[in-house]
Design a protein around this ligand. Structure first.
Ligand SMILES: CC(C)(COP(=O)(O)OP(=O)(O)OC[C@H]1O[C@@H](n2cnc3c(N)ncnc32)[C@H](O)[C@@H]1OP(=O)(O)O)[C@@H](O)C(=O)NCCC(=O)NCCS
Length: 254
């Protein structure tokens, strides 16, 4: 279908996927993925029914090939509450309008790999999702043995947040998958162990501060009335001095 070696200097352009891409899109999916997708899926992609997608073409290919897909990404926007990762997001529970962008498929034909095409496609997705004010994350599943894709998403700063046992069932065999997620628009995980430790440390520090303040108040009551300054800021200074030089006799009150 594509003879990329013939392309000395590809000129990669990104564009929406259109009905005229149907045949090539189906072919590339069949070539790249172990799963067979139904025709309805492809029709939805090319017609933009409920699916938003981007394609990559090489304008330097000869003739009508210059508009033939050599890469693609397909996505669907879903309500966060209906997704399997709803409790992995720190969502405002009172808001029901929060959404997620799910990556359905991503692929680049073999001869055009390692040129940064998938990187550009995923950047398009992140840009698109970031412009949806209600969207909190972009996420996807990768079959556990797909090392190139796993490395790719790691490089793109997606977080691998879960391994799902037997997620895929392909040709009579079960396979695990990894769930990768990229937070946007203030979306974030509910509470990481580090956040818990930080919160605890902050609490202990504030507790210590308030205890110290109480002790000082008691000490202050013990000080003879005539030592007190009318100005509270002045009192504070003299108290500090007392701490620094314990044998100081100089409560310099006015
Ligand atoms: C995964 C895939 C989309 C990557 O496409 P690509 O256009 O070659 O990716 P990029 O050129 O943008 O690669 C960006 C980074 O991803 C990582 N990466 C991509 N392919 C890799 C590979 N085969 N091995 C290791 N790392 C890889 C590298 O870190 C790379 O950066 P580098 O080139 O600076 O080293 C492509 O290999 C593919 O279509 N695979 C088959 C379909 C598939 O598995 N899709 C994903 C299903 S979720």
């Amino acid at each position: 279908m594509v003879d990329p070696k013939a392309q000395l200097c590809p000129n990669i352009v990104y564009r929406p996927i259109m009905p005229s891409d149907l045949e090539v899109l189906e072919q590339i999916h069949a070539d790249l993925f172990p799963i067979r997708y139904e025709s309805e899926f492809f029709l939805n992609v090319v017609n933009g029914y409920d699916i938003v997608s981007w394609g990559a073409v090489d304008r330097n290919r000869p003739g009508c090939q210059s508009d033939e897909l050599i890469g693609f990404v397909t996505t669907r926007t879903i309500p966060a509450k209906e997704s399997e990762i709803a409790d992995m997001l720190r969502c405002d529970s009172s808001r029901t309008d929060q959404t997620l962008v799910y990556i359905l498929t991503l692929g680049v034909v073999e001869s055009y790999r390692s040129l940064g095409i998938a990187t550009s496609l995923i950047r398009e997705v992140i840009k698109y999702a970031s412009n949806i004010p209600t969207c909190r994350a972009v996420y996807l599943h990768v079959i556990a043995y797909n090392d190139p894709a796993i490395r790719f998403y790691q490089k793109m700063m997606f977080k691998c947040i879960q391994r799902l046992s037997n997620f895929y069932y392909i040709k009579g065999q079960h396979y695990d998958s990894y769930l990768f997620l990229y937070y946007i628009n203030g979306g974030r995980s509910p509470c990481s162990p580090l956040e818990l430790v930080t919160a605890l440390a902050t609490y202990v520090r504030s507790l210590f501060k308030s205890l110290t303040a109480k002790i000082w108040k008691k000490e202050e009551k013990k000080v003879p009335r005539w030592f007190k300054c009318k100005d509270t800021s002045c009192l504070l200074v003299t108290q500090n001095k007392r701490i620094i030089t314990t044998d100081s006799t100089g409560f310099q009150c006015v």
